[in-house]
Unconditional design. Structure first.
Length: 344
């Protein structure tokens, strides 16, 4: 056998000959066309696997100007909220015949910019993005928008107007609900640990906190309001500052569950009883919040609903164009709910 000879790759014509069907029928079956019978699709897929057929996705995309792939950029795949959104998007897109390319920015703007270029060069049909916390300029997505490629920002969206679709949670209401709940349970000295205000998430959640305090005529102690990177270590440092003063909070609203969990750990380590001495509520309904002791109150963001809305809007745009942007630039807002547990 000549080792230099490349193995022959079977084509659609080979599948057609084996099944005595037309190449056009084979092509439609491989593309999951709705007018092809399910038995025919099954026979074609089995024969394609038997013959070792590999579809040339790039060549097909060049011919049709469609690759049936969607790019997705998320800060970190390990984050519960984004993991749930990704799963929902991938499952739903698959039913519509689209593949998902998942990229992680590591919450670095430089990586987000690089990934936008890579996905554009990969000829994706659309782009879904949860921005980095540092992003204030979104011109690295201009080439997609100018090429007519739909761009959907979700969860973390631009603060200013940009010619793309926004799908976000009702973060203002989430902050308001969380704070009102603490007040209704008898708390008056409420601290708030939030993220940096360059992100829409933390602007809105903090605004909800302030609105609830104002409505109930409770003072906001600015030295008890933190805007920082929401890490476990930073949360512990903020708690140390809060509880080193003569007057201490009787409740805490944190803008994510990682911080709430760290605050609960600090309380246990320092003899602060939860909820008797300190009531705590977080944000996102991370699965860990229901299994720790005491179980943490939180705000449910419904990531599956976010993912479903993204796919619903995206498929409509891919089929009909993004006419909504010309008429209306309001974001799609997904409702949130209070989850009350033993920490409050």
């Amino acid at each position: 056998m000549n080792k230099d000879k490349k193995p022959q790759q079977n084509t659609i014509l080979d599948i057609a000959e084996a099944l005595k069907l037309s190449p056009a029928t084979i092509s439609r079956a491989l593309n999951n066309h709705p007018h092809v019978k399910e038995k025919t699709k099954s026979d074609v897929l089995k024969m394609a696997a038997q013959l070792g057929y590999r579809r040339n996705q790039m060549a097909s995309g060049l011919r049709s100007n469609k690759t049936h792939t969607v790019g997705l950029i998320v800060p970190r795949i390990s984050m519960f909220f984004h993991a749930e959104v990704i799963t929902t998007i991938q499952n739903a897109l698959h039913k519509h015949g689209y593949n998902l390319i998942i990229c992680q920015s590591n919450d670095l703007l430089s990586m987000e910019e690089e990934l936008a270029d890579i996905l554009y060069a990969s000829r994706v049909d659309a782009m879904i993005v949860a921005c980095t916390l540092q992003a204030t300029d979104f011109t690295h997505f201009d080439k997609l928008v100018n090429s007519g490629i739909p761009v959907i920002f979700y969860d973390r969206v631009p603060l200013n107007s940009y010619p793309a679709t926004y799908i976000k949670g009702d973060d203002f209401r989430g902050g308001y609900l969380a704070t009102c709940h603490l007040i209704e349970t008898g708390s008056e000295r409420i601290a708030h640990i939030s993220g940096k205000l360059m992100s829409n998430l933390y602007q809105d959640r903090t605004a909800g906190f302030r609105k609830a305090m104002e409505q109930h005529q409770l003072p906001v102690r600015e030295e008890w309001v933190f805007h920082q990177e929401l890490t476990h270590e930073n949360a512990k440092e903020a708690m140390a500052k809060l509880f080193s003063a003569a007057v201490v909070p009787d409740a805490l609203f944190t803008a994510n569950d990682v911080t709430a969990i760290a605050a609960l750990e600090y309380a246990k380590e320092n003899g602060i009883r939860v909820p008797q001495d300190l009531k705590i509520i977080g944000y996102s309904n991370d699965p860990r919040t229901s299994i720790i002791t005491p179980a943490l109150s939180t705000i449910e963001q419904y990531p599956a609903k976010v993912g479903q809305k993204i796919v619903e809007v995206l498929i409509d745009q891919l089929k009909n164009g993004d006419q909504r942007l010309e008429l209306e630039k309001k974001p799609y807002v997904i409702p949130v709910d209070l989850i009350r547990r033993m920490s409050s």
